[in-house]
Design a protein around this ligand. Sequence first.
Ligand code: NAP
Length: 268
Amino acid sequence: MANEKIGFIGGGKMAEAILAALAFATGRSPGDVIVSDVSAERRDVLARTHGVIVTPDNRQVLAEADIVFLCVKPQQLEDLLVDVAPHVRGTHLVISIAAGKRLAFFESRLPAGRVVRVMPNLAALVGASMNAYCLGGRCRPGDRATVDRLLSSFGQALAVEEALFDAVTALSGSGPAFVAHWVESAVQGGVGLGLSESDARVLTYQTLLGTARLLAEGRFEPQALIQAVSSAKGTTVAGMEVLTRTTMADDLRRTLAAAAARSRELSA
Ligand SMILES: NC(=O)c1ccc[n+]([C@@H]2O[C@H](COP(=O)([O-])OP(=O)(O)OC[C@H]3O[C@@H](n4cnc5c(N)ncnc54)[C@H](OP(=O)(O)O)[C@@H]3O)[C@@H](O)[C@H]2O)c1
């Protein structure tokens, strides 16, 4: 495993999730990770919990790290890039996880630096993020392997054309919220059938987890899974007869389309 020094500018929720998973998966010493944040309280939490080096100075991160994750909110980026641009060199791999900020936004503000755009999701907190990425025009041939390796250490990595980032943002970026909405309806459905709320939650969450693993590990395609659970005149068939007559599939398509349209509106 390569031992580049890794930096984070912005030490909030996403940075913490990524750095914790990265250190765990790659066996990096916490001393090889440096994080800057404007908040002394955040710096203190990160140093105490993860043993990483912390600093209030973004330039120190750029001076010490080869790979730098930009983890501030999208609206904080404009000022941040003005401040750090003179310190970004061609040797830096700059990885942005900001929603809606295009590669061109970074490349026009940073005269040097190889830029990568990533859309992770909140499952980074459990090392199961879906990380779609796109390399900028200044990236070198070896950068794809480096990025793939880093992103795979806190979830799954998938290279995607930048034009598809609004679709990715809708499906996997916002996706955990849409799935959680469905899950809540299923839990309440279980309660309506007489289960206690806590039992309904356990039953629903484990069913979600098990189904996701069957599909993600390639044991079944969705249609084959439905067939495998369905027996003639059985309970699944009775439920599917109702489900396939609802507008759920159409509603989900419209939900994703609305999220993708909003992502396009917010992009810069
Ligand atoms: N949360 C998600 O589910 C999710 C999913 C995909 C992508 N993302 C992207 O991840 C990025 C980070 O999100 P987050 O939820 O981790 O945000 P967050 O918790 O607000 O973390 C950002 C941190 O950066 C600090 N900061 C602000 N300006 C700074 C500066 N100039 N220099 C150094 N530190 C600075 C903030 O301090 P203050 O709070 O004091 O401003 C805060 O501690 C965003 O761009 C977001 O679009 C988030």
